[in-house]
Design a protein around this ligand. Structure first.
Ligand SMILES: [Zn+2]
Length: 74
């Protein structure tokens, strides 16, 4: 009797940039899904799943500290 279906479900743990808590990224999560910090419930958008990259959604002041893509030349 083989009963190891659960082995397929590997969750990744990412660290919250706000409180250092755990953010569970389940194996079935995809890009553009929303995940939450276990501790402070901050929202994160999954920008990439391999490797996992999260972007915080709670940016209250949206200053271009991160990336500034203001150039629109082609
Ligand atoms: Zn947190």
């Amino acid at each position: 009797m083989v009963d190891r279906e659960n082995d397929e479900e590997e969750s990744q743990i990412e660290e919250c940039t706000i409180c250092g808590g755990d953010i569970i990224v389940d194996s079935y999560c995809e890009e553009d899904d929303i995940v939450y910090c276990n501790d402070c419930e901050a929202e994160y958008l999954i920008r990439s799943t391999d490797p996992i990259r999260l972007k915080r959604l709670d940016d209250e002041d949206v200053d271009d500290a991160e990336d500034s893509y203001d150039e629109e030349d082609e």
